[in-house]
Ligand binder design. Sequence first.
Ligand code: PLP
Length: 256
Amino acid sequence: MKQNKPTVLTIAGLDPSGGAGVIADIRTFIEFDCFPTAALTSLTFQNTQAVSGAVNQSAATVRAQVEAIIKDTHVVAVKTGMLPTREIVAEVARLVHETKLTPPVVDPVMSSTSGFELMSDDAFLALKNELLPVALVVTPNIPEAERLTGFRIDNTADMHRAAQAIRELGINAVLIKGGHLKDRKGSGESIDILDNHGVVTVFRDEWINVAGVRGTGCTLSAAIAACLAKGMSLEDSVREAKRYVTEIIRHAKEIV
Ligand code: PLP
């Protein structure tokens, strides 16, 4: 289909209940006036309370979806979400190496808020060693950054140290999301730290205390990809995406 909006691709899992995964991504791409495309990595079974299972795609079916899209559509930006198996992670890395697939915004989704593992241990290793080196930016929350670095992150000084440690894995840029920070309570702030090729930017926004908002990580990384597709710098994309997610959380608080 010919259209003049920038096309963005999500490679992620389907949450049929619409809170997270590709549905959240597509919603976000449309909100940012981009044209959404999606390659499914997994069909999950979940509702607002919990994830009860998943049927994963194969590496070949993920590749077939992506190849068909990029064959006749100019995809300007890509984000990845749930990549459940080592084979799928390696295939996405290969697609970036071998095809014109643009380096992705990688949301290193490891488990659901309710505790369901969305990625196997060997997939995590492949993510770290094969996909992250070709990512445009990786967007871990605190538990994900702890797993990537191997150390505890309790405060913003630790976040800075973690950003540097993750970049030293050979990664272009990292955005550490401070929402899970333990010493955050009382500060009234939500703090994220971007290290883009050694240039560090700290983003501060209001902390809004509301339980049960799902898919904020998916939405943030999708919004970053959409802003990049519209030609914004990585710093401006993160700023705009964070503002957008903060507004979603504010709205959720208003309707509880
Ligand atoms: N399900 C899918 C398919 C996801 O991609 C994600 C997160 O990226 C989740 C569930 C987890 O969402 P939440 O953190 O809101 O539980």
